[in-house]
Design a protein around this ligand. Sequence first.
Ligand SMILES: [Fe+2]
Ligand SMILES: [Fe+2]
Length: 179
Amino acid sequence: MNHLLSIIDLRSVIWIRVFLGEKMAKVTKEIVGENVGKIVEELNKALADEWLAYMQYMLAANIVKVPQVEGELKSIAKDELEHAEELTERIIQLGGKPIADPKQFYEKTNCGYAVPVEDTKKVLHDALKGEGCAIRVYNKVAKLTKESDPVTYQLMLHIMEEEQEHEQKLENLLDWLKE
Ligand SMILES: [Fe+2]
Ligand SMILES: [Fe+2]
C-alpha cells in the first residue's frame, strides 16, 4: 500500500511539474512577446561564438609556451564554456532549440574562429579581436532585450562584463610581453 501511495505521489509530482513548467513557459512567452524568435536566434548566434571561443582558448592554452599565458587562457576557456551553458539554458527557457550540430557553429557565428598557433602574440591578438566582437554582440542583444525580456537582458550584462574582463586580461598580457 505504502509503495502504491508513493508511486501515486511521484506521478502527481511529475504532473504538477509538467503543468507548472508549461504555465511558466507561457508567462515567460507572454512577457517576452513576439520578439522571442529574434531573441532566440541572436542567442543561438552567440552560442556558436561561445563554443568556438572555448575551443580556440582551450587549444591555444595547450599550444603556447609561456606558462603565465597558458594559465590565463585556461581560465578564460572555462568562462566561455560557462557562457555556452548559460545561453543554452536561456534558449530552452524561451522555448527555443539550442544549436546542437557543430556544423552550425560556422554557419551562425558572429565572431568567427582563429586557428591557434604557437606564436603567443598572435594568439593574444586573435583572442583580443574575438573579445571585442563578443562585447559588441552582447551590447547589441542587451539593447534588443532591455524592455521586453529583463531576464535575458541581465544575462547579457553578466556575460558582457566577463568579456570585458577577458579583454582587459589579454591587453595586460600583451603589455607584459612587450616589456
Ligand atoms: Fe564568452
Ligand atoms: Fe571572452
